[in-house]
Design a protein around this ligand. Structure first.
Ligand SMILES: Nc1ncnc2c1ncn2[C@@H]1O[C@H](COP(=O)(O)OP(=O)(O)OP(=O)(O)O)[C@@H](O)[C@H]1O
Ligand SMILES: [Mg+2]
Length: 291
């Protein structure tokens, strides 16, 4: 883990963490799954830059290619066209904690440290620090089934941090949690991010969550995903998800998202009759402002 000391605070602005290492660039990235009539165009010529230290949230309709985009950045898949560049070490955190059930919370974190080649003494120390960071100091010896959903997700966060990532990719990490637990984890994410050199790309369906956490919210079109709008979040931190400024900006982004979704629905309803299959729908959805 690279620390910057205790003095760094993340403000509402972009690139606020001095000296942060990781960054992400997508240049004209398209991804098509399958071939011929059954081909699905998941992403269409996406260009996006996440500068070092920025917390960027991605928002868009289900199936618009958000997870596909994160998988490409993580190097789990290759783009059909365009270029994906991620500088620094990249870690991916999923909606489900995906912990090894036979290992304790500490054991799951230790495994990530072991993969980095750390020795036993250092691993033990780092595991204790990471358990502290996610407020699970007394739960290291518990197995996943002995922990609540929120606690399991905190272990997953600690394990992601154990990878010493410069870029953290988070795919709806708090989507399955109740509002109260999610709220606590937002605070914890703020806390663990402060002072660490982290660049974050965070996918969520929850617009208020995006505004609560992000320096910037990027709105994607319905499939195939393209960037249709971007909103800088200059609301001062610490933020509350139920505060007036967060609600106000979230309403504006929701309106933009609705506009995009209804445009997509109109297109599919109006021209879809003569077209069959995913490839046809994808072509129609892209047609009005393609290129
Ligand atoms: N491995 C794959 N093979 C074939 N099609 C895929 C594959 N992965 C994703 N797709 C398709 O690509 C499109 C985008 O999927 P993706 O999972 O990226 O969407 P998403 O925006 O993350 O959706 P959600 O918000 O529901 O998680 C979908 O139509 C999906 O069916
Ligand atoms: Mg997804």
């Amino acid at each position: 883990m690279v620390r910057q000391g205790n003095t760094t605070t993340i403000t509402g602005q972009r690139s606020a963490v001095e000296g942060a290492a990781g960054s992400v660039q997508l240049a004209g990235v398209s991804k098509v799954f399958g071939r011929g009539r059954s081909a699905v165009r998941a992403l269409d010529k996406i260009s996006l830059e996440v500068p070092p230290g920025e917390f960027t949230c991605l928002i868009g309709a289900s199936g618009c290619g958000k997870s596909t985009l994160l998988n490409l950045v993580a190097g789990l898949d290759q783009p059909t066209a365009g270029k994906v560049t991620a500088s620094g070490r990249v870690a991916l955190m999923f909606q489900e904690p995906a912990l090894f059930p036979w290992l304790t919370a500490a054991g799951n974190i230790d495994l990530a440290l072991r993969a980095r080649g750390l020795g036993r003494v250092e691993r033990r120390q780092r595991t204790a620090e990471l358990l502290d960071a996610v407020r699970l100091t007394d739960f290291g010896a518990k197995r996943p089934h002995e922990l609540s959903g929120g606690m399991r997700q905190r272990v997953a966060l600690a394990r992601a941090l154990a990878q010493d990532a410069d870029v953290l990719l988070m795919d709806e990490p708090f989507g399955a949690l109740d509002a109260m637990t999610r709220d606590l984890l937002h605070d914890e994410l703020d806390r663990v991010c402060a002072g660490r050199r982290l660049t974050i790309l965070f996918v969520t369906h929850n617009v208020q969550e995006a505004v609560r956490l992000g320096d910037r919210v990027v709105v994607l079109s319905s499939r195939p995903g393209r960037v249709v709008d971007q909103f800088d979040v200059s609301i001062e931190r610490p933020r509350r998800i139920d505060s007036a400024p967060v609600a106000e900006l979230a309403a504006k982004i929701t309106d933009r998202l609705r506009e995009e979704m209804s445009r997509d629905t109109r297109l599919r309803a109006g021209v879809g009759a003569g077209l069959r299959g995913e490839a046809g729908l994808a072509r129609v959805a892209r047609s009005p402002d393609a290129g």
